[in-house]
Write a new protein. Structure first.
Length: 313
């Protein structure tokens, strides 16, 4: 054991997430199975939060705890507990940065979870949302649609951000998600900078109707209604030009039988919602082929739509 540490440490994992689900910009998100970020938090003698090692990031993330989401979320969590301790974080990135899979949120959620556990869990899981939102705000924008499902798991509606009011939606049985990630980086800040400042009322009305219908479809399990809701005229048209082949990839998913398809988070990943894992596998092949047509290599992830959030490992 290093002289600096006191020996206590907690390792935590937080999953990838799909934010927006096309129709719910900044208010809908769900957790995925499989890849995610892992943070080990340990008590050290010197007060405050600092970064230890960072791996899997290709050397691009800052070592300054005040500049990366794991460090910011950890410090905000520590502050919220009122406990004066020294904490060092090791961050293992399992998610590609700037991919639309909620990479910054996964780091924040894993760090917040690890710190809270390390301190004896003085905070509830839901209390970790605000520290994680603080971290998201510092790097990309103030939104909880990745951090909420990364922490809580499942499909989450962000009814309010300040203060957080989070609603868990039921997930229709069998609902599966495909996320196809092309091989290029799209910074969330850049992807937010192209969004319209104002929106025609008619589009707002259609968007509100889609969100209301989607919530109803979640409760009733009406997949046909769900299929009619996953569409967006506000954010997607502004962002699609940033992603080569975006429209073709979404069309390929629908032609392969997906219920709906859209940009995952801020992109460049594209997701599809499907009735079953078999339907999801068909959509994944079609979506990858469409990205290849646009000259992009891609990888596909198939996941149930109701997956757990942050946890100790
Ligand atoms: N709702 C956010 C956005 C998610 O679309 O910008 C970013 O991952």
């Amino acid at each position: 054991m290093s002289k600096k540490t006191t020996g206590r440490e907690v390792k935590a994992f937080a999953p990838a997430t799909v934010a927006n689900l096309g129709l719910g910009f900044d208010i809908l998100g769900l957790a995925l199975v499989g890849p995610g970020d892992t943070v080990t938090a340990r008590l050290v003698r010197e007060k405050g939060v600092r970064m230890g090692s960072i791996t899997g990031d290709g050397g691009v993330l800052p070592n300054d705890a005040g500049a990366n989401t794991a460090g910011i979320a950890a410090a905000a969590t520590l502050r919220r507990t009122g406990i004066k301790e020294g904490i060092e974080l090791d961050l293992e990135k399992g998610l590609p940065i700037g991919s639309g899979l909620g990479s910054s949120a996964a780091s924040a959620a894993a760090a917040a979870w690890a710190v809270n556990r390390l301190l004896g869990s003085p905070l509830r899981r839901v209390d970790l949302v605000e520290p994680c939102v603080e971290a998201e705000e510092a790097v990309s924008g103030r939104h909880a649609d990745n951090v909420a499902p990364a922490l809580l798991g499942g499909l989450i509606l962000v009814q309010s951000l300040d203060p957080p009011d989070l609603v868990r939606l039921p997930v229709p049985e069998g609902l599966s998600v495909v996320v196809v990630t092309p091989d290029f980086v799209l910074n969330t800040r850049d992807s937010r900078s192209v969004l319209p400042e104002s929106v025609p009322l008619k589009k707002v009305v259609r968007s509100t109707a889609n969100i209301a219908a989607m919530v109803s479809a979640c409760y009733s399990g009406d997949m046909a209604l769900l299929a009619r809701c996953v569409t967006d005229e506000i954010v997607t048209p502004a962002r699609a030009p940033l992603i080569p082949g975006c429209g073709e990839v979404m069309d390929a998913a629908l032609n392969a039988g997906a219920l709906g398809s859209n940009i995952s988070g801020a992109g460049p990943s594209v997701f599809a919602l499907c009735r079953s894992p078999i339907s999801a596998a068909r959509a994944a092949d079609a979506m990858k082929a469409a990205f290849a047509e646009a000259g992009l290599e891609s990888t596909a992830l198939i996941s149930p739509a109701d997956c757990p959030g942050a946890r100790s490992t």
